[in-house]
Design a binder for this molecule. Structure first.
Ligand SMILES: Nc1nc2c(ncn2[C@@H]2O[C@H](COP(=O)(O)OP(=O)(O)O)[C@@H](O)[C@H]2O)c(=O)[nH]1
Ligand SMILES: [Mg+2]
Length: 354
């Protein structure tokens, strides 16, 4: 049963960068992963691409042939992919059966809010046995302005209702958030989406004419309690790990390393026992159903890292990297010295000969 993610969100929200980051993270964790590019407008794909829609159809060709603009051309490409779903299925069959699959979608908002093609493709994949989560990336700068925040709430809700998948909304590029000025509330106010009535004053100032309507929208979103957000800074390993745990939990994915991976760290070696007596070293059920803990699992920790004490953390991380770099250099020098000791020098080899 293949697990994976449908990565969606507005253009520039960081979808391809996230796919690349996840590919790097999973490769480092020895988790097999493949990325499928379904965005024909992705010119410079940063990740190793297992399947690329441009080998089926090219946006440029569609625009030239039918006289369409980039947006119309993109919708045509997705309709074409839906009509040629077999092409996608055949390519997916060629991938390793253990691969975790990421689908990098185009940024056109209508594809994840009202256009049927992506939804139909997802439906077919789900029927085939895929266990997918929708990961909806929204640029974190939306939280710096109350009316932009209301629009991102509506967009996220709409995508959730349209795609009908386990859904994780994510404020991406949270490391850049301080560049857009001070926040009116703490970050958890924006991620937890509770008590939206506090936005009333701000909305009154920004768009007094529609303040009441805006508040009605807020109360509707709050009443359903469906929308919430995770945060992401793609270069922060802890942030990526936390998001991975959240997504794994949403899909019910428990990664069990292959037998060749050996013993996990800090576990008792029970390989001599029969299978029925061996402890569950990977804590399958606890990792799937337990609480999500660890750095960045609390949004207050994210606030501290990227907003309140960013400079201190940056300096601390730099110092850690320097220390790690020194250790690596020392280890390399030690290995070199060992090799030199073991290999007899040319002179002593000659002496030995004579
Ligand atoms: N600082 C920062 N920049 C990011 C992050 N994620 C993406 N970006 C940048 O945002 C820009 C758009 O990203 P891209 O992945 O092409 O967006 P896409 O159109 O949604 O695929 C690129 O310049 C990325 O380097 C992040 O977490 N932090
Ligand atoms: Mg992209």
């Amino acid at each position: 049963m293949p697990f994976g993610e449908v990565v969606c969100g507005s253009p520039g929200s960081g979808k391809s960068t996230y796919c690349y980051g996840k590919h790097q993270l999973f490769t480092a964790l020895n988790r097999p992963i493949s990325v499928v590019n379904l965005d024909p407008a992705n010119d410079n794909i940063p990740y190793p691409c297992a399947i690329d829609i441009s080998s089926l159809i090219k946006l440029e060709d569609v625009m030239n042939e039918f006289g369409l603009g980039p947006n119309g051309g993109m919708l045509y490409c997705m309709e074409y992919l839906e009509a040629n779903y077999d092409w996608l299925e055949d390519r997916l069959k060629e991938l390793d059966k253990d691969d975790y699959i990421l689908f990098d979608l185009p940024g056109q908002v209508e594809l994840s809010t009202n256009h049927p093609s992506v939804k139909n493709i997802i439906r077919k994949l789900t029927k085939r046995g895929f266990r997918l989560a929708a990961v909806h990336l929204c640029d974190a700068h939306y939280v710096t302005d109350a009316s932009k925040y209301v629009s991102v709430l509506m967009l996220s809700l709409r995508a959730m209702l349209h795609l009908e998948l386990p859904h994780i909304n994510v404020f991406s590029k949270v490391d850049l958030i301080t560049q857009y000025g001070d926040l009116d509330f703490n970050l958890d106010f924006y991620t937890e989406v509770q008590d939206l009535s506090y936005l009333e004053n701000l909305l009154n100032q920004q768009s007094p004419r529609y303040a009441a309507l805006n508040m009605q929208i807020c109360s509707l979103i709050e009443d359903y309690g469906l929308v919430g957000f995770e945060t992401l800074a793609v270069e922060d390993k802890e942030s990526m790990l936390h998001l991975t745990r959240v997504i794994d939990k949403a899909t019910g994915c428990v990664f069990v390393p292959p037998p060749t991976a050996g013993q996990p760290p800090d576990t008792v070696d029970a390989s001599h026992l029969p299978a029925t007596q061996r402890p569950n070293m990977y804590s399958l059920m606890t990792s799937a159903a337990g609480q999500i803990k660890g750095p960045r699992s609390d949004v207050r920790d994210v606030q501290e890292r990227w907003i309140d004490a960013r400079d201190d953390y940056d300096a601390w991380e730099k110092a850690q990297w320097r220390k790690e770099g020194l250790k690596v250099q020392e280890e390399a020098a030690r290995q070199k010295a060992k090799i030199r000791e073991r290999t007899p020098s040319a002179k002593s080899a000659e002496q030995a000969k004579s």
